[in-house]
Write a protein of this length. Structure first.
Length: 622
């Protein structure tokens, strides 16, 4: 699926555009047996990979040694990235990856590699950026051809079966005609993209750097939708890091004059319209329409954490109790519906697809189901009206509940006092949710370390709440124990690094931020674990050119960057810089790193200021 934040745009240059033409024109290692590849996927820690274990494609789990195999066999890699909760990933599996003809092409002409983007975020991000640069579009399911040299050459997102077959055949034919020329083109484009990255990181002059806040607010305002909220006029993501930046700017008196109006519209509309599961309290990932009314139904832990924090912070700033309720409900949803058997660990996602293969089937209601759930309720029509179950949002498998608002008017319509109507509505909510619970929630039970750090930051906002505060304290204790040995930090909370993989830069940054936020909220003073995490991250992920997303980056195009962008989650490099400033007086090592680093933003920050909003506020603050 093409994400709204990755809308089509012109390729970056002629040379990079030549790779776009490749993709557009395309619309002694013994080969493992199908049984071997199936068995390996069936044992994977990723439910997304296990989902593909029965495909006729000989999928392999990623490891950097595959490049050596590609060189020995002269077959390129086809790296296919997705995630368990993704609707279009399921669609492409049914249409293409279970198709015998597609399987024959992939098994014969490529080394097919399947990755879970949540377990290989750095590799996935690099492939996303490659496709965005060469095609102007990106999203999931993501399918990129990587030559034996390690250079990416072409890719596609979701494509119907016949289009995907043409893409594969085109790559194979072009390699057969002149593989050396294709490899040279891919290498030249990779070098050009790296050169452009380096040029974009050259520091701005002091005068231009000080104008970055104005550039940021102007860019945000151009995209802001003051009628329906959010950014853009097509499909919409919440883009929580940008909302956080606006709230941060309000706290320091640096927000633009339109910020209050925009935040009020955005937070009201996201809470009441289709983006939010108003029965459970969680948020869906994004909407295909600008009114938030056509969500895809995947639910991600990282989104619950970030949006809960946004609503709770905004509630304090605007004195809005209803927003505080939305934020607390999101955390209650995580505790109730995403908790795993291991204490204080939570699933990474809930799938958009139910057990019957229906998108949104868990969350949608037929009239018969509503009647069954509300049998015995004294005012079922009141509940129907409040949640818009008379047909306001109709999908293939039923209606999606909304909160229509206007309690006084609805109470008067049913000849009730508002307090009585509110009580009856809440009883109806519980009845609907109880009925829905029997449907089950298909969960991705990976417990991602960094996402738990995001979650702890949200719980820090309610550290003094009578029920959520103790839950936050238990999570903090769990993460404090996890952080005791930062050298051995794993990607997943409940597995050692040798099984789960070593944590990436973003895991260190988000875990450190969560522990810091909790220590501030509870008044416990600087956390020595945060200091240790920061020192380890500086040692493990920093080189002369900037920050590496991984300790060892497997593809030649995966180069270090001075500043990483924030799109759907915070920038790890901005967090590292901010936390290092906060803890420099606790560590001579951190003080030395801070003294040596050049914090001046470059032209890339000026060009895409929305993706560096937190950095701009950090480095241009008083």
């Amino acid at each position: 699926m093409i994400h709204s934040s990755m809308r089509p745009r012109r390729p970056a240059s002629r040379l990079v555009g030549a790779l776009a033409a490749v993709a557009l024109a395309a619309l002694t290692f013994p080969a493992p047996s199908l049984a071997d590849t199936h068995a390996a996927l069936q044992q994977s820690i990723s439910p997304y990979l296990r989902l593909h274990a029965d495909d006729p494609v000989h999928w392999r789990e990623w490891n950097p040694e595959m490049l050596e195999e590609a060189q020995q066999t002269d077959r390129p890699l086809l790296i296919s990235s997705g995630y368990y909760a993704c609707h279009w990933c399921h669609v492409m599996q049914e249409e293409s990856f279970k198709d015998a003809g597609i399987a024959e092409r992939l098994n014969r002409d490529f080394i097919p590699v399947k990755i879970d983007r949540e377990l290989h975020t750095a590799l996935d991000h690099y492939l996303i950026e490659f496709l965005r640069a060469t095609r102007g579009i990106a999203g999931w399911p993501l399918n990129v051809v990587v030559l034996p040299t390690g250079d990416a050459v072409a890719g596609v997102v979701y494509a119907p079966r016949d289009d995907f077959a043409r893409f594969l055949d085109g790559i194979t034919e072009q390699r057969r005609r002149d593989g050396e020329a294709l490899a040279a083109l891919a290498r030249a484009a990779r070098l050009e993209l790296t050169e452009r990255l380096r040029a974009g990181e050259e520091p701005l002059s002091a005068t231009r750097a000080q104008r970055l806040p104005q550039a940021l607010w102007a860019a945000m305002e151009r995209e802001a939708d003051f009628l329906a909220g959010g950014f853009g006029d097509q499909s919409k993501f919440p883009r929580a890091p940008e909302l956080q930046a606006l709230l941060q700017a309000r706290e320091t008196g640096r927000a633009p004059p339109w910020a209050d109006e925009f935040l009020e519209v955005t937070l009201d509309e996201m809470a009441r319209a289709g983006l939010r599961d108003v029965l459970g309290g969680g948020f869906f990932r994004y909407s295909e329409t600008p009114d938030w009314g056509r969500p895809h139904f995947e639910i991600m832990l990282e989104d619950q954490a970030q949006l809960a924090q946004v609503y709770l912070r905004a509630a304090r700033q605007f004195d809005r109790d209803d927003w505080a309720t939305v934020g607390r409900d999101a955390l209650d949803f995580v505790l109730r519906d995403m908790a795993l058997d291991t204490p204080e660990t939570f699933a990474s996602a809930l799938s958009a697809i139910d057990e019957a293969g229906r998108e949104g089937g868990v969350y949608l209601w037929t009239q018969a189901q509503v009647e069954e759930a509300l049998a015995g309720h004294p005012e079922p029509e009141l509940v129907r009206t409040w949640f818009g179950l008379d047909g306001a949002l109709r999908f293939d498998y039923g209606h999606l509940p909304l909160e229509t608002g206007g309690l006084d008017a609805i109470a008067a319509r049913f000849d009730l006092e508002p307090e009585a109507a509110a009580s009856l509505i809440e009883a109806g909510r519980r009845a609907l949710r109880s009925h829905r619970d029997a449907r089950g929630l298909p969960r991705d039970e990976k417990a991602l370390t960094g996402w738990h750090g995001l979650l702890l930051s949200a719980f820090a906002e309610v550290a003094d709440h009578p029920s959520l505060g103790p839950a936050g304290a238990a999570l903090a204790a769990r993460l404090q124990a996890t952080a005791e040995d930062p050298e051995d930090l794993a990607l997943l909370l409940d597995l050692p690094p040798e099984r789960a993989g070593a944590a990436e830069l973003s895991d260190y940054a988000d875990l450190a931020q969560g522990l810091h936020d909790w220590s501030v909220a509870t008044g416990s003073g600087p956390d020595a674990r945060v200091t240790a995490l920061l020192e380890t991250a500086w040692s493990r992920f920093r080189d002369a050119d900037g920050w590496k997303a991984l300790k060892e980056q497997p593809l030649p195009g995966m180069v270090s960057q001075r500043f990483h962008p924030a799109v759907h989650r915070p920038s790890p490099t901005t967090r590292m810089l901010g936390l290092t400033q906060a803890y420099a007086d606790q560590s001579d090592v951190l003080a030395e790193h801070l003294e040596a680093i050049d914090p001046r933003p470059g032209r890339a920050v000026e060009t895409t200021p929305q993706q560096h909003a937190g950095l701009i506020l950090l480095v241009t603050g008083d």
